[in-house]
Design a protein around this ligand. Sequence first.
Ligand SMILES: Nc1ncnc2c1ncn2[C@@H]1O[C@H](COP(=O)(O)OP(=O)(O)OP(=O)(O)O)[C@@H](O)[C@H]1O
Length: 370
Amino acid sequence: MSVEADLRHAFRGFELDVTLRAGPGVTAIFGPSGSGKTTIINMISGLLHPDQGRVVIDGASVLDTAARRNIPPHKRRIGYVFQDGRLFPHLSVAGNIRFGARFAHSDPIASETEIVDLLGLAPLMERLPGALSGGERQRVALARALLSAPRLLLMDEPLAALDEPRKDEILPYLEALRDRTGLPILYVSHSVAEVARLADHLILLQNGKIALSGSTQDILSTPAALPFLGVREAGSILRARVLGHDPDGLSRLQLSSGELVLPRVDAKVGESLVIRILAQDVLIALQHPEGLSSRNILPVTVEGLHRGGGPGVAVSLRLGEDVLLARVTARAADDLALRPGLDCFAVLKATTVPRRNIGHDHIGDAPFHA
Ligand SMILES: Nc1ncnc2c1ncn2[C@@H]1O[C@H](COP(=O)(O)OP(=O)(O)OP(=O)(O)O)[C@@H](O)[C@H]1O
């Protein structure tokens, strides 16, 4: 399943011009306020009509301005999840979920029981939305969208209205939904942490145009992406497998090259994880440091440097199959004579990685209807 969109549109003082293609899994659309994220989502869903455009979902054309084709929103087979859930307050959870099924034009992607199980809703079925937490309400909105037998899911900042603990609670459900439904999911977000955790692909939008796009892992480790993500949020993703949990409360993880030690992670031995390491939490040493408190000293090779407008330099460091991003001062980069090809050591402090930055890599569970 896939979605293709070619969209051109002018509002007063704003021009949108994007071509995108997304397959199964999460494709995040990330960009500053006013860059056009919601406009893209609204045009794909049919809520807004572009000056010129073409949208193809799962091989079916739903919009083609040149051919005067414009399928109305409710016939496009799209599940839409908004920031605020938009549940019917007078219907129970079960009633809200079943409402989605009324719009199903074909076989659902999974049965109601499967969807209720996936989103952990069984104990909540009789409750009214007013008696649910924000995170629970969003899980109901996700279930309703899934039961409408969509070929595409659009999520416009679905976690933005939730506080941090509720976000943490719902992220594992979104990971499961991503891995089990096989649907393309376009996910609008302002949060690098969310994108790093969930998205397979990332589109960076600026002023109505695509500035960068590619696999999330590649984009997040590209020094050139740093100005878009913000220096504080910049960081790369490492893939790791849990090797073991030690009695002193630390977990050992296998990287594509070397091992990482972190405070106990919530995963079983053998599980695959994605871990976001913030660029500001990585130190660079030319020699293997001795007598250091950190247990994470990884041999790396400098791949590239990117000088920003300020005092900082982003340095990409090759670590096996992954790239680690470090942010150092320009003065330090000069003093250490950092240059592509230089072998050095990356030092990470184990306690700086918050739990939120550790996600599950694509879960091995069989997709629905596999
Ligand atoms: N119906 C409209 N009429 C005129 N201008 C619009 C309309 N909708 C959006 N715009 C303009 O288009 C631009 C993109 O808006 P859009 O809502 O897509 O941005 P966004 O990236 O989703 O922003 P945010 O993160 O704040 O939600 C903005 O300059 C906005 O003012």
